[in-house]
Write a protein that binds this ligand. Structure first.
Ligand code: G4P
Length: 536
């Protein structure tokens, strides 16, 4: 096996998707604990008293206790190089989550045992499902009272329409589980409690269900219930089929508790065994790029300015798709039609950065970016040039007019707006007759406006005047006659603005207004995103 093949085989790159509060931060932290990347997981209590989760580094996240931006966490475990793409939990930042999922090879769907499948779980599941991403399910919070495992499995299958195969099954009574039974290994894992409240790894004993000591430790009642459950699953459930998992048609299901570490190690080990290695990617033209192709390629899926206020820098995150990345190498930037040197390549662990010497497909690196990259851009070798498909565009639903409170801060204001727009944090529109004094910004979730306000003040020193507009629908307008657009009729309750490419867009209150306008302007067409772009 070549070094490249060997490194590709070791990589597992995935994202955790869940409804807020299901325990994503806690599970991420525990995976890092087991992976040896951190030595003491900050329990939620200490997190509340100001020790924040390692993946939360933005000031606003700390203040609000929500995870806004995605970062990438890396560790080694059992011969694998694990890349966890951390995604924001709050639904207002789902654009960022969707983009991050494009960089993943699989997803872990986290479910709260008491709540089951929640609205945000459903939305994110569909994004993964549409992309045929393999999905692994972790049912969390098993240390406390929840719904029955059978019930949860049934809900996943019915509500999400994917078959589930429980890899392990809880032993004991709801809320007092003492271990799990591994159906593939035919092995029992019993947990001994400790007094560290999950801050350290949990000790456990493993053994066969036929072992009399294990049977005694489980107790007769629990033993009988477990036997009955397993029999039922074996008889009525699906066969385990890794091909179906890879095709996103069957989800391996695990039970555990991220807080108490119950089942975390066995989940991690099994997940790494079953999860896909970096997958081939299609180019825009439909050509297949295999990770083991010697020619380097990657795409930008996230841009973040001012990650470290002390450095005032802008970092573009790229997912490597093929070939080997080496420090100091030059690559061809397709959108810019230029050869560029990727400077200061870094990997991130919360606020700690390390310079990358070499990186392989599946890895994410952040490179210092003087402002040349945009989200979805392709970089590749000069020898083999191609584009990866464009990223989907999100139709904004919330709009606000923004201007600097102090006109002396106009420069900082404009710089901030331009950079946050390149990051994909906001969409910026302007009105023809208003010029640069104020802009209209469009977002998907209202919290994004708060982040905009906060970041402009803290990172660019410009206080905002923000006026939320009553519109909720944006449409890109097309017509063979440009005059017809600038003189559009029936827009009394709406607004005509222009996007960054100078394409005309109308903002209106509701779908009904769209019909009203269409009836009055023959030859006009509306699109939810620009013509060239793909909608999510
Ligand atoms: P998120 O990133 O998905 O939003 O969730 P996070 O890890 O922050 O966890 C949300 C809450 O759920 C936290 O409680 C956390 O301690 C708790 N939690 C996570 N995993 C488990 C688990 O396995 N068992 C139990 N019992 N709780 C778990 P919190 O911050 O104290 O909030 P709250 O409980 O006061 O709402």
């Amino acid at each position: 096996m070549s070094e490249l093949q060997d490194n590709v085989a070791k990589r597992r790159t995935f994202a955790i998707i869940s409804h807020p509060d299901a325990g994503k931060t806690t599970l991420t932290e525990k995976l890092l604990l087991y992976g040896g990347a951190i030595h003491l997981a900050g329990s939620v209590k200490s997190r509340k008293s100001n020790k924040h989760a390692v993946s939360d580094w933005m000031e606003i996240e700390k203040q609000r206790g929500i995870s806004v931006t995605s970062s990438v966490l890396q560790f080694d475990y059992a011969g694998c190089r694990v890349n966890i793409l951390d995604t924001p939990g709050h639904q207002d930042f789902s654009e960022d989550t969707y983009r991050t999922l494009i960089a993943a090879d699989s997803a872990v769907m986290l479910i709260d045992a008491a709540k089951g499948v929640e609205p945000q779980t459903k939305k994110l599941f569909w994004v993964c499902h549409k992309r045929k991403l393999p999905i692994f399910t972790f049912v969390n919070k098993l240390d406390r009272y929840g719904r029955s495992p059978m019930d949860l499995m049934d809900e996943i299958e019915k509500v999400l329409g994917i078959n589930a195969y429980p890899i392990n099954w809880p032993i004991g009574i709801d809320g007092h589980y003492i271990g799990v039974y591994d159906r593939l290994k035919n092995q029992v894992e019993l947990f001994s409690s400790d007094n560290t409240h999950g801050s350290k790894m949990l000790k456990s004993t493993t053994g066969s269900l036929d072992d009399p000591h294990i049977r005694e430790a489980i107790g007769e009642d629990n033993f009988k219930t477990l036997k009955d459950d397993i029999e039922l699953l074996d008889m009525a459930g699906d066969e385990f089929d890794l091909e179906k998992v890879d095709a996103g048609e069957l989800t391996p299901m695990f039970f555990g508790s991220a807080m108490t570490n119950f089942g975390v190690r066995s989940f991690l080990e099994k997940f790494l065994e079953l999860a896909p290695t970096p997958q081939p990617r299609k180019t825009k033209e439909g050509e297949i790029v295999t990770p083991t192709d010697e020619d380097f390629s990657a795409f930008i899926f996230k841009i973040q300015a001012n990650m470290n206020p002390a450095h005032r820098d802008r970092v573009s995150f790229m997912r490597i798709c093929s070939g080997v990345f080496e420090k100091g190498m030059s690559v061809y930037h397709m959108q810019g039609q230029k050869t560029v040197k990727l400077s200061q390549p870094q990997q991130f662990m919360a606020q700690e950065r390390t310079i990358v010497e070499t990186a392989y497909p599946g890895d994410i690196i952040g490179v210092f970016d003087p402002g040349i990259f945009s989200i979805g851009d392709t970089v590749c070798s000069e020898k083999h040039k191609f584009f990866f498909p464009d990223f989907p565009v999100f139709p904004p639903e919330i709009f606000a007019r923004v201007q600097p409170k102090d006109s002396l801060k106009r420069k900082q204001f404009e710089k901030g707006i331009a950079q946050l727009s390149q990051e994909g944090a906001i969409q910026v529109f302007k009105q023809k007759n208003i010029g640069m004094e104020s802009f209209v910004v469009g977002v998907v979730g209202v919290l994004q406006l708060e982040v905009l306000e906060y970041r402009l003040l803290h990172e660019y020193g410009a206080q905002l005047l923000m006026n939320q507009l009553g519109y909720s629908v944006a449409r890109w307008v097309y017509s063979d006659n440009p005059e017809a657009i600038s003189n559009i009729k029936g827009l009394d309750n709406g607004m005509l603005v222009y996007d960054q490419q100078d394409l005309p867009v109308i903002l209106v209150n509701n779908e009904w207004s769209l019909n009203w306008i269409l009836e009055r302007n023959p030859g006009i067409r509306f699109l939810t995103v620009p013509q060239e772009a793909k909608s999510i």
